[in-house]
Design a protein around this ligand. Structure first.
Ligand SMILES: NC(=O)c1ccc[n+]([C@@H]2O[C@H](COP(=O)([O-])OP(=O)(O)OC[C@H]3O[C@@H](n4cnc5c(N)ncnc54)[C@H](OP(=O)(O)O)[C@@H]3O)[C@@H](O)[C@H]2O)c1
Length: 254
């Protein structure tokens, strides 16, 4: 049955694993016609996402690129322009803490890398896809923020948290600017997701204490977040603009 996703091209950054992979697969299952799967280092993960997207009936292709580096962003955008000049749905999802570093431990290089990956790349990719959306007077953008934007982040994660706060704020600005062009912009702010991100940057003790503070009594799954992303892309959210939906099991952020 055709629906609002039929014939649409979606670009999901950071779709080799985690939330991005789940979102790419969920968008394909919802009926999107073509999914561009961005990845950085985990090519096998991107291949696994492609296989599931194709099994759901969508076309799929992978494009690589290190979005933590200005040159990586530029080369990704030139590949994107050649492969998929018209994107209907953009999910700015790629992100990472990169490295825990307290104020006096971090370097300027680390600061730039965290900001490039978590904030500047979303700005650059959105600028690249917006003109075609404007021409069509139709488009959907979902930016992935974090609970860290609300609480300042865990130990050594303050630059990451600030980047995610910037994402949350620019979501409101873009929503106001782009709504008259027929483009809806929203965000999703996950709490703690039980995935590779925290295998890298947390430990079982930290995660158990998060569960103890979470009213829902468990960590999020990738699919818990992906389902809200798909909702924001759907016709059911047609009058939702400028929101960042918290998906955190009821965890209260100060
Ligand atoms: N996990 C959580 O608890 C949590 C909470 C709040 C917000 N978030 C946000 O949710 C988004 C998805 O994260 P996740 O939880 O799914 O993490 P994940 O499982 O670690 O996946 C991260 C994705 O981002 C990509 N990525 C990482 N560094 C990159 C770089 N330098 N250039 C380009 N792509 C890069 C990875 O690509 P490769 O694997 O191919 O290298 C991967 O596809 C991120 O923006 C993250 O900040 C996560």
């Amino acid at each position: 049955m055709p629906n609002e996703f039929t014939g649409k091209t979606a670009l999901v950054t950071g779709a080799s694993r985690g939330i991005g992979a789940a979102a790419a697969i969920a968008l394909a299952r919802a009926g999107a016609g073509r999914i561009v799967v961005h990845y950085n280092r985990f090519r096998e993960g991107a291949e696994a996402t492609l296989a599931e997207v194709r099994a759901a009936g969508a076309q799929a292709e992978a494009l690589g690129g290190d979005l933590g580096e200005a040159e990586g962003i530029r080369s990704f955008l030139s590949e994107l322009a050649a492969a998929a000049p018209e994107v209907d749905i953009l999910i700015n999802n790629a992100g990472s803490l990169v490295q825990r570093a307290r104020l006096l431990e971090g370097s300027e290089d680390l600061f730039d890398r965290v900001m490039n990956l978590n904030f500047k790349s979303a700005w650059a990719i959105t600028r690249a896809v917006a003109p075609a959306m404007m021409r069509k007077r139709s488009g959907i953008i979902v930016n992935i923020s974090s609970i860290a934007a609300r609480n300042g982040g865990g130990p050594g994660a303050s630059v990451y948290a600030a980047a995610k706060a910037a994402v949350m704020t620019i979501t409101k600005g873009w929503a106001r600017e782009l709504a008259p062009h027929g483009i809806r912009v929203n965000g999703v702010s996950p709490g703690t997701v039980d995935n590779y991100f925290h295998q890298q940057f947390s430990n079982r003790h930290i995660l158990d204490s998060v569960v103890a503070q979470t009213p829902a009594g468990r960590l999020a799954t990738n699919e818990d977040v992906a389902d809200v992303i798909v909702f924001l892309c759907s016709e059911a959210a047609r009058y939702v603009h400028a929101q960042t939906i918290e998906v955190n099991g009821g965890m209260l952020a100060p």
